[in-house]
Design a protein around this ligand. Structure first.
Ligand code: SF4
Length: 386
């Protein structure tokens, strides 16, 4: 069984009827519980639950402090290539868009890596459009080889791979995967993915579990809010995250809550998603899954990001640029979408400290042969003092 069967079990459920029948007392009752079921998570996503948002926020803040302390992990994206063979109607990299395309050379990757790491960041997320011709796996491996000199954690947001390919990139030094389903509703998915391999709904849906099977250290999933009714998409994202967390105990599971941003192309969102909606989604997720990582990117406005810090966020991007080569090259490729929070890494660091949070630049280092030997020499016999 894969998550596809799980999706099918719920996809025809009458969500609106379920939500209509809820009372504020039902929501208040859920908020007294330590463990929340899938149905209770769905209830927390209802319009009825909006009247208890403050109570949800207090509980979400407490749970986040309990499991993560006052820390926020910082990372930044590095765009390697904006060539893409897909036509996703909501994306600037859509193959039909006439934009400046570019793939970084290995020297340019090193140049970008130096510029990013000089800001103190040690976690990086590398991204490509979906073109195995312009950014084949061998090229990505070469980039990883260079990036390992500068970063202790390398995540990928590229085309979905098979399990063996995930094993290969992990062996090369990748420890994290970000892959968004974009929209869980299979019909809407088919409508907005006009052509290209991304039309294969199931191959994308099952990519996170293939990565978990390959022993990826962390996996980050999400729906792109604005493509469909956010409450249903939030439900399926939470269901997917729980499915992965319950089955793959070795992997840290996170969810991103991205909203559509302006981009090259004329696509307009199918559904409105307000700040209050995003907050409710985050709070419901935290109450449903207290140990879940929650990522908020620079797609969101600076003021909004500052205001939601206490509500469950564990990871933030900083100093983002969605142009290929945007950190150092004069002739950078066109951006994927417009970044909203344009503050520098230093400004984000100061903002976090002012709000009582520790900005974390590095919380992971892979155990290479050198590190293992160094620890053996430094530590001697760990048990000898007992
Ligand atoms: S969303 Fe990804 S796959 Fe779709 S057009 Fe953009 S870069 Fe290509």
């Amino acid at each position: 069984m894969s998550f596809y069967e799980c999706y099918n079990a719920y996809k025809d459920f009458d969500f609106n009827k379920f939500w209509r029948e809820l009372t504020p007392q039902d929501i208040a009752g859920i908020l007294t519980k330590d463990n929340i079921s899938v149905w209770e998570y769905l209830a927390l996503l209802s319009e009825t639950a909006e009247s208890l948002l403050e109570d949800m926020a207090k509980k979400a803040h407490k749970l986040t402090r309990q499991h993560f302390g006052p820390t926020i992990l910082l990372y930044t994206p590095l765009y390697l290539s904006n060539y893409c063979v897909n036509r996703c109607s909501y994306c600037g990299y859509n193959a039909a868009n006439k934009i400046r395309r570019k793939t970084l050379t290995i020297q340019e990757v090193e140049q970008e890596a130096q510029a990013i790491s000089s800001q103190g960041l040690r976690h990086i997320l590398i991204l490509t459009g979906e073109s195995k011709y312009h950014a084949p796996l061998d090229y990505i491996m070469d980039c990883i080889h260079v990036l390992r000199k500068y970063f202790s954690s390398i995540s990928i947001e590229i085309y979905p791979l098979d399990t063996e390919e995930y094993r290969q990139v992990i062996a090369a030094g990748v420890d994290g995967l970000t892959i968004y389903q974009e929209v869980y509703d299979e019909g809407v998915y088919d409508d907005i993915h006009l052509s290209g391999p991304k039309k294969n709904y199931r191959f994308r849906l099952e990519a996170p579990e293939r990565a978990c099977e390959a022993k990826m250290r962390s996996v980050n999933i999400g729906a792109l809010l604005g493509l469909n009714d956010w409450r249903k998409e939030a439900f399926f994202t939470g269901l997917h995250a729980k499915y992965l967390q319950d089955r793959y105990l070795d992997t840290e599971i996170s969810v991103s809550v991205p909203r559509l941003r302006p981009h090259a192309g004329s696509f307009q969102p199918n559904a409105k998603v307000t700040d209050k909606n995003v907050v409710q989604y985050m709070l419901a997720l935290r109450l449903f899954m207290p140990r879940l990582g929650i990522t908020v990117s620079t797609r969101e406005r600076a003021e909004f990001r500052d205001n939601i810090l206490r509500l469950g966020v564990t990871k933030m991007s900083a100093g983002s640029c969605t142009k290929v080569g945007g950190h150092t090259l004069e002739e950078a490729g066109e951006e994927q979408f417009a970044v909203s929070d344009t503050r520098s890494v230093e400004e984000i660091r100061v903002m976090l400290l002012q709000n009582g949070y520790d900005p974390v630049f590095k919380d992971w280092h892979p155990l290479t042969e050198d590190v293992i030997k160094g620890e053996e020499n430094a530590g001697g016999n760990c048990a000898e003092n007992f």
